[in-house]
Unconditional design. Sequence first.
Length: 72
Amino acid sequence: MARTLELQFLNEDSKTVTIRLDAPIEPVNAASVSAAMDAVIAQNIFNSTGGDLVGKKGARIVDRSEEPIVLS
């Protein structure tokens, strides 16, 4: 099962921008995630079609299972 950390930001247009990180260090530390998100916003590391990232909306761990399909 693959786990992904999703960081959700708001941009200047008040739209949600999600950054996904594969295989996060676990257990996930909420204070560290929040501090990292603050740093992304403060340093203006990413932007989007709706402008710069201006706020935090949330963060979550997503579990995803994969089952390959054998093609003949």
